[in-house]
Design a protein around this ligand. Structure first.
Ligand code: MRU
Length: 354
C-alpha cells in the first residue's frame, strides 16, 4: 500500500491517506490530497509499482495515473519511468515479481533524486539571490506551495527561501493565499511556521499594493511544466505576479527540477491548462470550514453562479528573470540556454526512457 499525508486536511490535522490500488491514488491526485509537480511524479511512479506489486494490470494503471491531471509534466515522467522499468524487467525475465521490484526500485530512485535535486536547487537559488540582491535582507514573495510537502526533499522555490532563512538572509517570506484552494494559506504558511522563518500571509489581491510599497525584493515560484521555449505553467496567479514584477523591476525567479522541463511541449500555447470544477470558486472548501454546499464547502456565491477556474496560468519567458534547476541557472530564459542546462543527464539516468 501507499501511505500519503492527506494535504486536503492541512493545516487543521495531519491525516494519513492509505491507497491500496491505483484507482485510489488517481482519486487522491484528482482531489489534491497529493499534489505539486515533483510529488506528483514520485506518487505516479509509486502508483505503478503498487499496481505491479499487487498484481493489477500495470499498463492500465499507468494510463489512468498519467491522465489523472494534465498540466504537471512530472506526473507522466514518473509514471513512464516506473512503467519502463517494469516493461524492461518483464521482457528480460518474464517474472512479474521481478518486474514489480524493478518498478519499485525506479520509484525509489526518482524519490531520492528529487531530494538531491531539491538540495542543489536551493544552493543555486541562494547564490542567484545573493548575486541579484547583494546585502541580504531578502523580502521574497511566493505563490502556491513548493516546500517539502511537494518533494522528496525540501522543495523548489520554498527550499531556496529556506536556504536564505538558514543563512540569515531572509527578512520575510510573503505568502500569497492562492485562491481558490488556498495552497499558500493552508500549506506554505504551515511549512513556514514549522521552519521558524518570518512570514506574512496576504490575499492574492494584495500583491499589487505590496509591490507598489517597495516591499518585495524578488518573486520565487515553482512550475508545473516548462515548455521548450521557457514558458512557465504554474499555479493560477503566477502570471499576474510576473507582470507586476516586471513593472516594478523586481526579479521573477522560477525554481524547478529538470523533470519539469518538457522538450516535447514547444511553447506556452501548447501547454494544457487543467480546468477545475466551478464549485471550488463558488464555495469555500478549506477543511476547517463547515460543510454545507454541494462541493463539500460553504457557498460564497448565489446558487447557479458559473465560475472560471483554471488551475494554472502560463508566464511567457520574457517575463522570467531566471529558471533555477539542479543543473544550473537558465538566464536569460531562451530555448537554447534552457536546452543546454537541462541536457545533462547523469550517467545511467533512465529519465528519457519512455
Ligand atoms: O494544483 P497544485 O496544488 O498541484 O499546484 C501546484 C503548483 O502550482 C506548484 O506551484 C507547482 O507544482 C510547483 S511545486 C514545486
Amino acid at each position: 500500500m501507499l501511505v500519503l499525508l492527506d494535504q486536503t486536511r492541512l493545516p487543521a490535522e495531519e491525516v494519513e491517506l492509505v491507497c491500496t490500488d491505483a484507482p485510489a491514488l488517481v482519486e487522491a491526485i484528482r482531489s489534491l490530497a497529493v499534489r505539486g509537480a515533483p510529488l506528483l511524479g514520485i506518487a505516479g511512479a509509486y502508483g505503478v509499482a503498487l499496481a505491479a506489486v499487487r498484481g493489477f494490470d500495470v499498463e492500465e494503471a499507468a494510463a489512468a495515473l498519467e491522465g489523472a491531471r494534465p498540466t504537471a509534466v512530472n506526473l507522466s515522467v514518473g509514471v513512464r519511468r516506473a512503467r519502463a522499468a517494469h516493461r524492461a524487467a518483464l521482457a528480460a525475465t518474464g517474472e512479474p515479481r521481478q518486474a514489480a521490484e524493478a518498478a519499485l526500485a525506479a520509484a525509489r530512485a526518482l524519490h531520492q533524486e528529487d531530494a538531491e535535486a531539491s538540495a542543489r536547487m536551493a544552493e543555486h537559488g541562494l547564490a542567484l539571490l545573493d548575486e541579484l540582491l547583494p546585502g541580504g535582507g531578502h523580502r521574497i514573495l511566493t505563490h502556491c506551495n513548493t516546500g517539502s510537502l511537494v518533494s522528496g526533499g525540501e522543495g523548489t522555490a520554498f527550499a531556496v527561501a529556506l536556504a536564505a532563512h538558514r543563512a540569515g538572509r531572509l527578512r520575510r517570506l510573503w505568502v500569497d493565499e492562492t485562491r481558490p484552494l488556498l495552497q499558500g494559506a493552508r500549506l506554505t504558511a504551515y511549512e513556514a511556521a514549522r521552519s521558524g522563518m518570518a512570514y506574512t500571509l496576504l490575499t492574492d489581491n494584495a500583491a499589487g499594493s505590496l509591490f507598489a510599497a517597495g516591499e518585495v525584493d524578488a518573486v520565487l515560484i515553482g512550475a508545473d511544466r516548462i515548455a521548450a521555449d521557457g514558458s512557465v505553467a504554474n499555479k493560477v496567479g503566477s502570471y499576474p505576479l510576473a507582470v507586476l514584477a516586471r513593472y516594478h523591476h523586481v526579479p521573477f525567479i522560477v525554481v524547478a527540477p529538470v523533470t519539469t522541463v518538457d522538450p516535447d511541449t514547444p511553447d506556452g500555447a501548447s501547454i494544457e491548462v487543467e480546468q477545475r470544477p466551478g464549485h471550488e470558486v463558488t464555495e469555500v472548501t478549506a477543511p476547517q470550514v463547515p460543510v454545507t454546499g454541494i462541493g463539500g464547502g460553504t457557498p460564497v456565491a448565489p446558487l447557479g453562479t458559473q465560475a472560471y477556474n483554471p488551475a494554472f496560468d502560463v508566464t511567457p519567458p520574457e517575463l522570467v528573470t531566471a529558471i533555477v534547476t539542479e543543473e544550473g541557472v537558465v538566464s536569460p530564459v531562451t530555448a537554447e540556454i534552457l536546452a543546454q542546462v537541462c541536457a545533462r543527464p547523469a550517467p545511467g539516468d533512465d529519465r528519457l526512457t519512455a
